[in-house]
Design a protein around this ligand. Structure first.
Ligand code: CA
Length: 316
């Protein structure tokens, strides 16, 4: 079997109601899908996290010529060759996000050839059910004074059946404190809450916010500081009881190694559409297990990304 063509699809839809997180406004939802076709008619689908125009360019210009004519079942060999091809120029970021979609598509082909779900090929399912959490609580009407809107959104998620939710924070300490308390009080203790600041803060502010989250029973504090601030992460991890989560802006096992080895995190969050595909996400999960650190995958994308993440979750 040989790969006969590599296709990229940039999906984009403008939002009728733009929304904000701590780092800016979303005015459209986008996705980048990779499709690998083979000479035997079997095709594989994958998805890349990150800016779609840029990941598509890497797939088309750098990787596609290396994939044509290759046996897609040699997926780990292909992973190393693609990674090594741009190692000197792209050990993180868009280059690895592009590699991720290809890796997922190769696993998709492998599963179809074997007639088995990918989680079987990755080692088998430790679980067949997972508890989802609702990510949302972006700011729509404004960046301050939105507690009532957040509570209404939480009630909507609860009615939809969610029993865990992740609150977006990073809009200033006082504003965050109000919002964290408001949703907690409004929905009571049957909902499990996490919080995500999208690296909005310096260490001292994150420390103060972390204490508020601890007092209110939040189960993890995600991306408190910028991903480059290893010392800040470690200081928060040492000073706070609430688990510190992070890793969605880190790439490959090589990038995660420092976060794990330096005891910066309690929960590592690899996104299989970003860290280097299912191949690399599984390696990161094994590495995290070795250090005694929990692995809870990050997901942000279409149902292709969700499907890939479910196979990863099954084998953790
Ligand atoms: Ca996040």
């Amino acid at each position: 079997m040989k790969i006969s063509s590599v296709e990229t699809y940039i999906l984009q839809a403008p939002l009728q109601q733009p929304f904000a997180y701590s780092q800016g406004w979303f005015r459209a939802r986008t996705a980048m899908i990779v499709r690998l076709l083979t000479d035997e008619g079997i095709e594989g689908i994958g998805e890349c996290f990150g800016p779609p125009d840029l990941t598509a360019a890497v797939v088309e210009k750098a990787y596609a010529p290396m994939l044509i004519g290759r046996d897609p079942l040699d997926n780990e060999v292909i992973w190393e060759e693609l990674y090594n091809h741009l190692r000197d120029h792209g050990q993180k970021g868009i280059v690895i996000e592009a590699l991720s979609g290809i890796d997922i598509a190769l696993w998709d082909i492998k599963g179809k050839v074997a007639g088995l779900p990918v989680y079987k090929l990755l080692g088998g399912a430790f679980r067949t059910r997972v508890q989802p959490y609702a990510t949302g609580f972006y700011r729509r009407g404004g960046l301050a004074g939105q507690e009532d809107a957040l509570v209404i959104e939480a009630e909507t998620h609860a009615r939809a059946g969610f029993r865990a939710m992740k609150l977006k924070l990073g809009f200033g300490l006082e504003e965050d404190r109000r919002c964290a308390r408001a949703v907690r009080r409004a929905l009571g203790n049957e909902i499990r809450w996490m919080a995500d600041a999208n690296h909005a803060y310096d260490t001292s502010t994150a420390l103060r916010l972390g204490r508020v989250l601890e007092e209110n029973g939040y189960e993890w504090f995600e991306e408190p500081v910028i991903p480059e601030d290893i010392e800040g992460y470690r200081r928060l991890h040492d000073a706070l009881d609430i688990p510190i989560a992070g890793g969605e802006a880190e790439f490959t096992r090589f990038g995660m190694k420092t976060l794990l080895k330096e005891r910066c995190l309690d929960i590592v969050q690899p996104d299989c559409c970003g860290v280097g595909g299912l191949t690399e996400a599984k390696r990161i999960a094994v590495l995290a297990n070795t250090f005694g650190i929990r692995c809870i995958p990050h997901v942000w994308g279409t149902r292709i990304a969700t499907a890939a993440a479910l196979h990863l979750l099954a084998v953790l």
